[in-house]
Design a protein around this ligand. Structure first.
Ligand SMILES: [Cu+2]
Length: 356
């Protein structure tokens, strides 16, 4: 039994000595995070497929913490051991206290506020890949070897705000729960005493009063669903003209994942809106869940890259400034082009495979 997963809909089975996190669906069928797109009638059937697929899938899912030449595997946050989760929370608080954390908030606000906007454009994915990698490196200055985990929100779409991530009681808690129903202020967890930066046209300023804001499920009723994620992974090419929020989501993987759909906000955008509060602002990295969310967005891009090895980043040229493959992207710690982000292993990390 993994600690802290006692809530309804989640369960565990042991398969060949490995603890497997099981989700019971409302339709009575079962799934697990190791075979995230398949449903089974029984846990026995699920375990049988896991055993049969071991050669192909298993080793990547139970990959050691460090593989090869120092390449780390970023874990699903629910698979983090209790000790590493405490280290993570401690490191996040340390960099909040020493000011490094808010440098991320300021830089994200800057790219949303000046003409260099890398949202709603091709560099959305490469820019955030570097941005969260810098965050992981900042955490590692506190605790060497620390890994940035991802939050698989599609797995938690059915559970919604009762998912383990938002729990505030019990043996295992993460970054606090929903905001107070009246004030939207998150009143427990590691951010409960935080001073939060707020966007202004000049530069972000600290809000008077303490508190991170969340309003789970208020501004969007549901998280993105697994079946839509599966469709998005099949979209090719990487992006298409006009290289912005209008790019056809059946011909732009980037926009399908980013979520400027024809109606409402989808995928990445929808997760920001579903969490609400500070996550809806240009200063959205104020909420540590931003980094867990973007690690999953990055994991989806990495999975797409593996599925479509002949599809490269686009455009080579003719895109918005700073967003062509060899353009230098703005507001990063080191000058980086999209081309330099195309192989996570060369950047020092990888993800467990998303089983299709
Ligand atoms: Cu962003």
């Amino acid at each position: 039994m993994m600690p802290g997963h006692g809530h309804g809909g989640h369960d565990h089975i042991m398969v060949d000595g490995v603890d497997v996190h099981i989700m019971r669906l409302p339709n009575g069928r079962v799934m697990c995070h190791l075979l995230m797109f398949q449903q089974f009638d029984t846990t026995e059937e699920l375990a049988a497929v896991l055993r049969r697929e071991r050669g192909r899938l298993w080793d990547t899912f139970v990959a050691p913490r460090v593989t090869g030449a120092g390449v780390i595997t970023r874990p699903n946050i629910y698979d983090l051991g209790d000790a590493e989760l405490s280290e993570l929370i401690h490191a996040v608080r340390e960099i909040k206290n020493n000011g490094v954390y808010d440098d991320f908030v300021r830089r994200h606000d800057a790219v949303m506020s000046d003409t260099s906007n890398i949202h709603a454009g091709p560099a959305f994915l490469p820019w955030h890949r570097v941005f969260i990698h810098e965050f992981e490196q900042a955490l590692q200055t506190v605790s060497a070897g620390l890994r940035l985990p991802f939050w698989n929100w599609a797995d938690d779409a059915a559970a919604g705000k009762s998912a383990p991530l938002w729990q505030t009681q019990g043996a295992r808690t993460y970054f606090g729960g929903d905001g107070d129903p009246k004030t939207n202020i998150v009143t427990s967890g590691p951010c409960a005493d935080w001073r939060i930066l707020m966007h202004t046209p000049q530069a972000p300023v600290y809000r008077s009063g303490l508190g991170l804001l969340r309003s789970l499920g208020q501004d969007a009723a549901t998280l993105p669903q697994l079946n839509r994620l599966r469709q998005v992974l099949s979209v090719q090419p990487y992006d298409s003209a006009p290289w912005d929020y209008r790019s056809d989501t059946s011909r732009s993987f980037r926009n399908a994942l980013e979520g400027f759909a024809e109606t409402g906000s989808a995928m990445h955008n929808r997760v920001h809106v579903w969490i609400g509060g500070d996550m809806e602002m240009p200063t959205s990295p104020s909420d540590p869940v931003f980094f867990l969310h973007h690690a999953f967005v990055d994991c989806i891009w990495a999975a797409w890259q593996k599925l479509h090895p002949s599809e490269s980043y686009l455009p080579a040229n003719g895109g918005p400034p700073g967003q062509n493959i060899d353009d230098r992207m703005p507001h990063l710690w080191s000058a980086t082009t999209p081309r330099q982000t195309l192989d996570t292993v060369s950047m020092g990390y990888q993800y467990p495979a998303l089983a299709l």
